[in-house]
Write a protein of this length. Structure first.
Length: 803
């Protein structure tokens, strides 16, 4: 062991060894992996080793595909057998709702380039002759599934990494860490201190403790997980081939072959956490005591689904621990605020995701970018609220218990709520607000005035809340609607160098004083990094409005690019709130609350002004996401409740209503407006959408300019379009494929029923060379005709908001 390394990776599980492999393969050779005990001695050694490519997030799905394809490569490079069994896997549908869901999933997987197959009960029986077909309607089969030998796979990564120059030291616990004034890390280990430029926390079950060493509290906790392995089963001995893996979704169990027996794993509805603070340092390759009583309800279902289990001996019971995050995806990337401290932990599917994490983290460390849109795995998708133990336990328990349970698009799950609330929470609840949650903040989805006992039923189709949303949309178009903008992020940028810095940060021109602009923000590779709204309050003072849930992500980016002096950036998101008010009556309403001339001539579209709104000093901007005349009013949180009362009071006779997220979606789809995480992501470029119109290529240098100029010349491959769908009783969900003659030529980014125009609408990216073809779009797995609208279906000239 030398005294200096470029990179120290802490942890020799499937994740740490994959990172060592990728870094050294891509050219960084001075990399040391430190392992407390032996390789695999965390969760990895006793994993069931199952793998699959399927994931709701298309980028993660494609990266899981990368992980699976990599196994042959590391086996060849290392000479170490990875014990790969590509058995194929089938998920069972035993209810009509599940069957519909599987059909919809199959269709979405086509967008992700994954070919899965709906199979009949008889086909399932051929793949796995020991399954009882009671209630089985069919299944979804994926041939790209199977299981690995955890030990062999980890040693294949490490063996290949060693050949690329990577170093590994075993039996050497990292004890402490500190960052030196020169930015390098002192890593104190049992075998001495190492100086490293970069540190990677891949410490699995101990990741939280290793985070604590540098003052970071990671939202990750171990949980217990059981499986059993049987002795040989006569039916399988007689069979001259391996059976397919089977997941009984309604039964909470998965089964995979294991020699001539099977392995049956359980995702019980009554899960248990284990050592939330991280495993004890002494914890070795030992199993936790089995708790068969606790998992017996699910075991019973499993033993009925696979009746041979009732007559065969159990070779071993395994109760082990592995780590969970609130949404079940890993935590990857640079920790905000800590230079060159990287995490790669919280991984519950190491055999599907280990390669993906190694690839993207290595890209990130070496080139400053993960190379893919991995927001779904990025540590910066969480804020500090997520590391609270009560919240973390509630969310991870919910995730674990619902691992195989259908999640409906209109469902709002209860765990960890309410966490953050606006001062209006109760007032809005009193008038029928039904809340959803964004980054811990409660936010109304819609209102049920006069029907306080209304219950919404989970469904893939149009929900029974349809009528409430319709009423909000119509009132906004004909009178006024008010959306509480608690889920906006607000930043103030000020200082002598603020203009120069922002000009470099965003691709549009900056607004003049008193004006507002939509400003795309790009990465150096030309992909999107934000769709900011910038207001200029003075020569040297700006406000940025962006999405609330992107705060850590955007602040990491801002801070990474901040000059040493001349610019101050303040995150005001939890200190300021407000309302987005829009509709033809909104000017009259505002005029009743301010002592300012609100006429169009005095306060036109895309202008901003600080003014007193009744007793509150507010920043008011003239913009709207609904396409109506509108104002966004921003006030300190302490004034939010009083402002609400004043607005409601003044708006009563003008027909003002409260509106929620769902109405907003309907209204924006009628205007063909995109939003972040749907139409705009770091996976897309501005050339694909109307955001290209906001780029000012000749304004001087800005981040991503070269790439944007190149795209301007070559054009993008896909275009954002609005589809009018001939839908029956449901809109297409995100990532539903758009097809021409059965071939996928695009995919949906978001959809809503346009209540005012009475059309089913979707935004979609479609291949440029297919734009003139007739299309269908899949709705719950079935193709429906659709057409591209040449212009937004409501107020195409945009006259209403400029009135
Ligand atoms: C019962 C069970 C069944 C499972 N089934 C599957 C499955 O079918 N498919 C699947 O994909 N996944 C499965 N998993 C999950 C899988 O095991 C994990 O996703 C994976 O092992 C995580 O790997 P890791 O490298 O992140 O963490 P770990 O394997 O926990 O590795 C972390 C390593 O860091 C080392 N370390 C920690 N702190 C220090 C320190 N201070 N200094 C030095 N070294 C340190 C530890 O000793 C350990 O070796 C299962 C897990 C269990 C327990």
């Amino acid at each position: 062991m030398k005294s200096h390394y470029q990179v120290v990776i802490i942890g020799g599980g499937i994740v740490g060894t994959s990172i060592l492999y990728h870094l050294t393969k891509f050219g960084w050779k001075d990399v040391l992996l430190i392992e407390r005990d032996e390789l695999t001695s965390g969760s990895t050694w006793h994993a069931a080793g199952g793998f699959h490519a399927q994931n709701d997030d298309p980028t993660i799905a494609s990266l899981q595909g990368y992980t699976i394809r990599l196994y042959k490569e590391i086996e060849a490079e290392s000479g170490q057998n990875v014990g790969m069994h590509m058995t194929g896997g089938v998920s069972l549908a035993t209810t009509p709702e599940r069957w519909e869901m599987l059909k919809a999933e199959k269709s979405r997987f086509q967008t992700m380039n994954m070919e899965t197959h709906l199979v009949t009960p008889q086909e399932i029986l051929e793949m796995c002759p020991i399954v009882d077909l009671k209630n089985v309607i069919g299944g979804l089969y994926d041939e790209f599934e199977g299981y690995m030998d955890p030990h062999g796979t980890t040693h294949a990564y490490s063996g290949a990494a060693r050949k690329h120059g990577g170093k590994i030291v075993l039996k050497n616990r990292v004890l402490e860490m500190k960052q030196n004034p020169d930015g390098q890390w002192s890593v104190m280990t049992e075998q001495g201190t190492i100086i490293a430029q970069h540190v990677v926390n891949a410490a699995g079950l101990w990741a939280r403790k290793v985070g604590n060493m540098v003052g970071v509290n990671l939202p990750v906790t171990p949980m217990q997980h059981h499986y059993l392995v049987t002795k040989d089963i006569p039916e399988l001995i007689a069979l001259n081939r391996e059976i397919a893996s089977v997941t009984d979704l309604e039964g909470f169990t998965y089964l995979q072959p294991d020699r001539k027996g099977v392995l049956l794993g359980v995702y019980e509805r009554n899960p248990r956490h284990w050592k939330t603070e991280g495993a004890d340092w002494e914890y070795g390759m030992t199993l936790l005591p089995t708790d068969i009583d606790r998992i017996s309800p699910e075991l019973e279902i499993g033993f009925n689904r696979f009746p041979v289990l009732q007559n065969v001996g159990i070779r071993k019971w395994v109760n082990g621990a592995f780590t969970f995050t609130p949404d079940g995806n890993p935590l990857v990337g640079p920790v905000p605020g800590l230079k060159n401290y990287w995490v790669a932990c919280g991984c519950m599917g190491g055999f599907s995701q280990g390669g993906a994490i190694g690839l993207t983290l290595a890209n990130w460390m070496m080139h400053g970018d993960p190379g893919y849109d991995i927001f779904g795995m990025d540590i910066a998708r969480y804020g500090s609220f997520a590391s609270n133990d009560f919240y973390l336990k509630a969310k991870t328990a919910q995730f674990y218990a619902r691992r195989f349970v259908i999640s409906y698009p209109n469902e709002e799950l209860p765990a960890g709520r309410p966490l953050k609330m606006s001062p209006n929470y109760d007032a809005l609840k009193d008038v029928g607000a039904l809340y959803g949650v964004t980054w811990g903040m409660e936010t109304p989805q819609y209102f049920t005035p006069g029907q306080m006992d209304f219950v919404e039923h989970p469904t893939l189709r149009r929900p029974n809340a349809f009528g409430f949303v319709e009423a909000e949309v119509v009132s906004t178009r004909e009178a006024a609607g008010m959306f509480e903008s608690a889920v906006y992020a607000r930043y103030e940028v000020s200082g002598a160098a603020a203009e120069k810095w922002l000009n470099y940060l965003v691709a549009s021109k900056l607004p003049k004083v008193g004006r507002v602009k939509l400003a795309p923000m790009l990465k150096p590779n030309g992909n999107l990094m934000g769709d900011l709204t910038i207001s200029r309050l003075a020569d040297d003072r700006f406000w940025i409005i962006a999405s609330y849930y992107l705060q850590e992500w955007h602040m990491r980016w801002f801070n990474d690019h901040l000059p040493a002096s001349g610019v101050a950036i303040k995150n005001l998101s939890d200190n300021w709130m407000g309302f987005a008010l829009s509709g033809p009556c909104s000017r009259e309403l505002m005029s009743r609350l301010v002592d300012v001339d609100m006429s169009n001539a005095s306060f036109p579209f895309l202008h901003c002004r600080e003014m007193d709104v009744v007793s509150t000093n507010a920043l008011v901007t003239r913009i709207s996401l609904t396409g109506e005349l509108g104002y966004e009013i921003n006030v300190p949180v302490t004034h939010q409740r009083a402002l609400y009362a004043a607005l409601m009071d003044a708006g009563k006779e003008l027909g003002l209503v409260n509106i929620g997220n769902r109405a907003l979606d309907s209204l924006r789809l009628e205007k063909s407006y995109g939003i972040w995480n749907a139409e705009f992501t770091q996976g897309y470029t501005p050339g694909m959408s109307y955001l290209r119109n906001f780029i000012v290529y000749d304004k001087g240098d800005f981040i991503g300019r070269d790439a944007a100029l190149k795209e301007k010349e070559t054009g993008a491959n896909q275009t954002l379009v609005t589809l009018r769908v001939d839908a029956i009783d449901a809109e297409p969900s995100p990532y539903s494929p758009v097809k021409h003659a059965g071939k996928v030529v695009g995919f949906v980014t978001s959809s809503a029923y346009g209540h005012y125009v009475k059309q089913s609408l979707a935004l979609a990216y479609v291949d440029n060379d297919a734009l003139n073809d007739p299309f269908t779009v899949d709705v719950i797995g079935d193709p429906r005709p659709c057409v591209i609208l040449k212009e937004p279906s409501y107020d195409p000239k945009g006259e209403k908001m400029r009135m």
